[in-house]
Design a protein around this ligand. Structure first.
Ligand code: ZN
Length: 163
């Protein structure tokens, strides 16, 4: 396993559409392991493959709920309600913004064995799924931030995690 370089805002790769994964390969299995290691090394809650320079639809998430989620080719099926809160991104270091997301999402994806599953998520996990799925389609939260970007040092309480 290895920690990979995280691409940051301004890097064109973060604006590109990612391709679906057709089969599990040793290269993608390694990518998933490396994405977890890279995310944990930065105390992130989620990471999408384009953030490490790979234009494939692969997302890893760990919001400290006891699960390590792998979402390959994720597709949000439905959303419910809304939540407004702080959001950060490992590709936009040192910043956060206030973003409104659905309170609940239902997503379908493939796991690391390429088996389809559905996940119903709420709160931080729902926020994180939306954020990471946006990455797969070349979108960053900065375009959704309601009041622009703020420096993390201005945040009164450490709340939320970067993804
Ligand atoms: Zn992000």
């Amino acid at each position: 396993m290895a920690i990979r370089n995280i691409r940051t805002i301004g890097d064109e790769i973060l604006t590109k559409e990612c391709k679906p994964v057709k089969f599990m390969t040793p290269r993608i299995a390694l990518l998933i392991e490396d994405m977890f290691e890279t995310m944990y090394s930065k105390d992130g809650a989620g990471l999408a493959a384009p953030q490490v320079g790979i234009l494939k639809q692969v997302v890893v998430i760990d919001v400290d709920d006891g699960n390590q989620y792998v979402l390959i080719n994720p597709e949000i099926l439905s959303t419910e309600g809304s939540q407004t809160g702080n959001e950060g991104c490992l590709s936009v270091p040192g910043k956060y913004g206030i973003v409104t997301r659905p309170e609940k999402v239902k997503v379908k994806a493939l796991n690391e064995q390429m088996k389809p599953y559905e996940l119903e998520a709420e709160g931080l996990l729902a926020r994180c799924i939306c954020h990471e799925c946006d990455h797969l389609h070349g979108a960053l939260y900065v375009d959704l931030a309601e009041d622009g970007l703020h420096d993390n040092s201005e945040m009164e309480e450490a709340e939320g995690e970067d993804a």
